[in-house]
Design a protein around this ligand. Sequence first.
Ligand code: ATR
Length: 288
Amino acid sequence: MKITGETKVIGIFGYPVRHSLSPLMQNAALMDLGLNYIYLPFEVRPEQLETAIKGIRALGISGVNITIPHKEKVIPFLDEVTEEASLIGSVNTIENKNGKLIGHNTDSMGYIRSLREDGGFEPRGKNILVIGAGGAARGIIAGLSMNDVSVIFIANRTVEKGKALAEEFKNKFRQINFSALPLSSLKDPEILSQVDLVVNATSMGLEEGAPDVEFSLTPPHTLVSDIIYKPAVTPFLKKAQDAGRKTLGGLGMLVYQGAISLEIWTSQKAKVEVMRNSLTPFLAPCKS
Ligand code: ATR
């Protein structure tokens, strides 16, 4: 990589940021395209967020990704937010358009692209079971809603949170049937027999186990997806595979959201395979 006086800067604001895989995959894609850009990590403390955002304009940074914990808090500091980002209520990409800062959210579109390209799944007209009602679930529900699914069941530990989310989306997408369910419905034959796609969008990691779905009660064609990308086959996906269901890990969502962000900043089409391959060594299971 050759840094010159003309090199354009993009990057990521997060706190912490050191574990982010975005610098690796974005620089791999930029180099592959032969673009004179560099993508850098910026550790921005929450109390410095507003100043850091002003810095984008002051320094002429072309754009940034925004990650935890700034994705919602950044919105008031922007000039404009896309319809999609405003529906999701969070921004993961800022575009600096001649000094005007525009907030995008590429997570939901990244998920939908991964569903289509990696999972061979067309969302239109389908019945979906989303597990979780937090920030990640919201992005996925928004993406599915904008792609004309038929039914969305939201199963969440705190049913009230699921209900609030279902009500909010019902008002915006009247043709879609939303309902909120308790986690006990993950074993309900009446619900499970209807679903074409089951998505784990909870933050339950390895320590807490995984949502306990009775996959054998879903139709054989049902696709099971997890937004977690490490390990590639989570305990949730392993259980689905043991029941003979097709699965989709979270890596595609990570890669596609990054590819869409890069397209926003550079107007160039990133090669998703280059981005995906750049992450392979970092996602290999740890040897003990
Ligand atoms: P994220 O931004 O990753 O979505 P979040 O907004 O904190 O994080 O949401 C976490 C989601 O995982 C919620 O749906 C949460 O359920 P509650 O709304 O009941 O809190 C779910 N979750 C986290 N830990 C869980 C656990 N041990 N069992 C069941 N659900 C869990």
